[in-house]
Each structure stands twice: as C-alpha cells, then as structure tokens.
Design a protein around this ligand. Sequence first.
Ligand SMILES: C[S@@+](CC[C@H](N)C(=O)[O-])C[C@H]1O[C@@H](n2cnc3c(N)ncnc32)[C@H](O)[C@@H]1O
Ligand code: SF4
Length: 391
Amino acid sequence: MNNNSSPNEQIDRFGIYIHWPFCLSKCPYCDFNSHVRKKEIDQNDYCNAIFKELDWFSENSNAKNVSSVFFGGGTPSLMSIETVDKIINKIYKTWSCNSNLEITLEANPTSVEAEKFLEYSKSGVNRVSLGIQSLIDDDLKKLGRQHTAIEALNALHIAKNNFSRVSFDLIYARPHQDCKSWERELKEAISYNNQHLSLYQLTIEPGTRYAELYKKGKLQIPKDELSSDLYNLTNEICKNNGLMRYEVSNFSSEGQESVHNLIYWQSGQWAGIGPGAHSRINDSDGYRHSIITEHNPEKWLDLVNKLDNGIIKNEILLKEEIADEYLLMSLRTRQGLNIERYKSMGRTINNKIFDTFKEDNFIKKSMDNAYLQLTEKGFLFTNKIITELSN
Ligand SMILES: C[S@@+](CC[C@H](N)C(=O)[O-])C[C@H]1O[C@@H](n2cnc3c(N)ncnc32)[C@H](O)[C@@H]1O
Ligand code: SF4
C-alpha cells in the first residue's frame, strides 16, 4: 500500500465474510456473536443455509468479482474440512474470483485444530489468523483460553508449514501487565518472523464476565497513562522490526496487509453470511445497502430455511451516512481518507478543525495532498478526532 495508490482500489473490491458462531467455551472478555452448545452442531444444516445466503447475495448485489473470503467467528476452525471445502467450491461456482483470491480462516491454536491445517490448505485456504492472545501461560488461563503457549507456538509452526500467509492476534493492556513484560512478549512474538500481527488493546465490553468483575473492582486494567505507554511501545517495537501499522491494531510488512479487512476500512462491498453478519452491498441501481442477519444461530437457521436468507434489516444508506462511515473507517488506516472521494460523497473537511488538529500533530495530509491521515500521535485519539471532524 502506498500513498499514491488509486482510491478506487478497495471501492471496487468485494469480499465474502462467513460467520461460524460456535466456540468450545466463552472467553470472559469476548462480546463477539459466539455461542457454546452442548449438542453437536449439524454442520450440513448450517452449510446448506450458508449456500442459500450466498445465492441471495449473488442475486441481489452488483458485485461480479470476489477479492477475498474470510471465515470468522466464533471459532471457524471448528468447522469440518468438508464444510470449508464445500463453501469455497460454492463461492467459485457462484462468482468469478480473482486469481490471487485471499481466503483467510480464523483459527484457535489448539492441537486438535492445528491437525486440520493441511486439509484446509488443500481446500484453498491460503491465509490463517491464529488467536494466540498471549505467550504467557498464567495470562492465557486468566483470559479463559483453551490452549497453552507451547500449544499455540506448535500450531503456529504447523500453520507456517501449510499456509503462505500467517497472522496472529495478541491482546495487550491486560490486567497487571507492565511495559517491561509486554516488551519481552512482543519481541518474542516478532522473533517468530510473522509478516502480519493483530495487536489489540484489551477493551472491557458491556455484558461480558470481565465487565462484571471490573464493575466490582475485581479486575485491574492499565490506567490511561500506562495504556498509552503500552500503545507507543507497541508501535515502536513493530516499526523497528519492519512491521508498519496499517490500521489502529494491525501491523504488517509491505504487501502483507489483509485484503479483506481493507475492504471494510476503505468502504468496499462485502456480503456477510451467517448469524449476526453485517453486509454493505450495492444493488443493480447502484444503491448501497446495509444488511444485518438474525444473530441467534438457531433462529437464523429457521429463518433461512423459511425465507432463503436470515436478513432482519435491509436499508438503503443515505449519501451522508455513506460519507460518515467512510470517514470513520478510512481514518483508522495508514492510507487514510481520500479527500476527492469524500467530496464526491457531498462532504468536505472542516478546515478550521483540521488546522487545529494539524497544529497539535494529530493529523496530516499525504505527500501528494490526496489523503488525510492520522499521525502516530493521532491514532491514540482516533475516536475523538473522527467525532470532531464529522461534526
Ligand atoms: C473474532 S475474535 C476471536 C477469534 C477466535 N475465536 C479466537 O478467539 O482466537 C478476533 C480477535 O478479537 C480480539 N478480541 C476479542 N475480544 C477482545 C477484547 N475485549 N479486547 C481486545 N481484543 C479482543 C482477540 O484478539 C481475538 O483473537
Ligand atoms: S475470543 Fe474467540 S474463542 Fe473466545 S469466545 Fe470469543 S470468539 Fe470464542
């Protein structure tokens, strides 16, 4: 990605997200649409329903060419090899696909799941994103994870032998974490020579077990000053090791950015398939739709069986809503907001607010003046800056 790349790059791209909503256990910090079920899941039923939604999106969106497929969750590495294989084949049959189609699967790094990596790769998965979260066993326990650090590193080794692109996630700003221990952990993570890392600051999400503990004063998380030190340290260590921040929480070497996530951040089109998935697609008249499906897995399945899709909301977005969303998402990326594209959506940046943020070194323009970009300091205050710019 460079500053001169065409603003149309991601606008023209279309991605398919498949949501697998099941997990072996619920992690105490997680508010994703993920569910634990005692009864075995009938994967055939879910696969048939996913096929129906794929058909619905192929009939109702004007996208012709697929750039990326992303199996997310939940825990998609609990999907059988057969299910993943059938879905990939169905996508190839339904759309024309780029020759370098990126197919990512999110995997939990337990030994059972790593055993399936070779077969997933034979089905066409070419990128894996491992939820390692921490390299310290005690912390993994506190995060409610099902794997140890050694098990995760073993899964990483197997992943590297089977996929051309491997990323992993770590959560930092964890309870009782200090800069020294995060520095050691992050440097160890980087020593595994990954070309992509997702490094998330722990957030306390309403409705989670962590939120309950936090409210009762039983969970201490880093205060603002330590949080920003950890954030700056993260950037510095990654930068010194050739990993550039290309989005608030995502770091990669040149050319290794996730095509799929860039589609979200640069307002391309994507079909979200499965329970609780969100989509943005353009119809044959060019209107942009925001679509959401039923979030409960069993209700979603019933709905798809009745209506051939599990959609509970399908709205045409207004021009200003499209512009607001573009501002919100694009400023999260290193490439930033394309000023001409924003203007074509009927909006301009408030120069007075821009100048104030520029003076404080929160924001800048790209060398060719085409993009508005947050500075490293600005990334720390992403939400505040975006709110003020959009007013
Ligand atoms: C869809 S989730 C989980 C994928 C996979 N099931 C796993 O647990 O590895 C994607 C990532 O979001 C991050 N995440 C989830 N909840 C978080 C939270 N409350 N704070 C920070 N990061 C979080 C984790 O790093 C996780 O790997
Ligand atoms: S973090 Fe991953 S494994 Fe844990 S509950 Fe959430 S989706 Fe499931």
